[in-house]
Design a protein around this ligand. Structure first.
Ligand SMILES: [Zn+2]
Length: 360
């Protein structure tokens, strides 16, 4: 079997470029080397993602985020002190994506025509993968930075196509992971406007209350970009079975993520070691299996790795050194009884089918 195309639906590329100061156009070894003596973040020298590695793993298409949180006074979470500062950060991130486009490293995908011609490029074996641009669909992880609804229209104009209302903490539009409670009035209003623009609603990072409320209120297309199974990892960040059922009914796809904390309940942030606990890539297949059992098919699972999402090799499966190792799932999934068709579905076809519906 030829190396299949992979679509990864959650990467914080611009955040890494700007807040971690990583030149993602360079080889991974070089990026790691430049961080050798840096101690400001726990994942220094342990990054797994850069554009050459994406190409090496035939990850030709990604959902790439803008991400900047607003933090009110007194909050323990890091973030920006005003929505305007958060917006400015997302504009810097956009500017980085544009620079990557100018270099031919990346190309923005905002509609089906662009998607189809991009897929043709990656299907073309006469062109070396190393010279192909990585396609990206722009998504906003946490809506805090939209100062008001007018900013949504500006964002749509520059190509934003998906929004998750919340991230961690309070959230101006909805409370996020580790919080409780419903969407704010602003959040309800934002959903209405998102509907009118046919944006994709990303339910990842919503509270339970926010999840049900958002699904009730939103008529548009819904996905869970990076989300595992609560039955296996019992914390609020993951999806309950009835939530998985609701998502399947809505035609959603759920991206499996590779943060050890979301894969195995034994893993404790900044304390545990993936080697000691023997957390391997295969652990994610347990989550995928669970969703397939509920769906009765392999049409709702996919990859939303979240790699380098404020963690590196210290917090991802020990048999993953770079994002190119996602290709190991071909062997892992066939060993677990998945057909080649299932593997193609998981690698790219499920997200692509979703986008064909959402954008037609
Ligand atoms: Zn996230």
């Amino acid at each position: 079997m030829q190396m299949p195309l992979i679509f990864d639906a959650h990467l914080d590329l611009a955040m890494n470029a700007l807040e971690w100061n990583r030149d993602l156009s360079r080889p991974l070894s070089e990026i790691r080397q430049r961080e050798m003596f840096m101690k400001d973040k726990p994942d220094r020298g342990k990054g797994t993602v850069c554009l050459p590695e994406l190409r090496k793993g035939k990850i030709g298409l990604v959902v790439a985020t803008q991400l900047a949180r607003y933090t009110p006074a007194g909050s323990a979470l890091p973030g920006w002190n005003s929505p305007q500062q958060a917006w400015a950060m997302t504009q810097a991130q956009l500017s980085w994506y544009r620079e990557m486009e100018r270099l031919g490293e990346m190309i923005q995908i905002t509609n089906l025509d662009q998607l189809n011609s991009h897929l043709k490029l990656w299907e073309n074996d006469t062109i070396d993968d190393e010279s192909k641009a990585v396609g990206y669909i722009l998504s906003l992880e946490g809506a805090d930075s939209l100062v008001n609804i007018d900013y949504l229209y500006t964002a749509y104009e520059y190509g934003l196509r998906a929004i998750g209302l919340s991230h961690f903490g309070h959230g101006r539009y909805a409370p996020g992971t580790k919080m409780e409670g419903p969407l704010s009035d602003k959040g309800v209003e934002l959903l209405k406007e998102m509907n009118s623009l046919n944006l994709i609603l990303d339910v990842t990072h919503l509270t339970d209350e926010g999840f049900y409320q958002a699904l009730d209120l939103y008529d548009g297309h819904v996905w869970a970009s990076h989300h595992n199974v609560r039955q296996i990892v019992p914390n609020q960040r993951q999806l309950k079975d009835d939530q998985i059922k609701l998502l399947i009914e809505r035609g959603a796809v759920i991206g499996g993520m590779l943060d050890c904390w979301a894969m195995d309940i034994r893993f404790i942030d900044t304390v545990s070691d993936p080697w000691q606990l023997d957390i391997r890539l295969e652990h994610l297949v347990d989550h995928w299996d669970h969703i397939c059992q509920i769906a009765g098919n392999s049409l709702h699972i996919a990859i939303g790795s979240d790699l380098d999402g404020i963690f590196g090799t210290e917090q991802c499966p020990w048999d993953m050194n770079s994002i190119a190792d996602l290709q190991k799932y071909t062997g892992i999934l066939s060993k677990r009884g998945y057909s080649n068709q299932d593997i193609e579905n998981i690698f790219s076809k499920n997200w692509l089918r979703f986008l064909n519906r959402a954008w037609s």
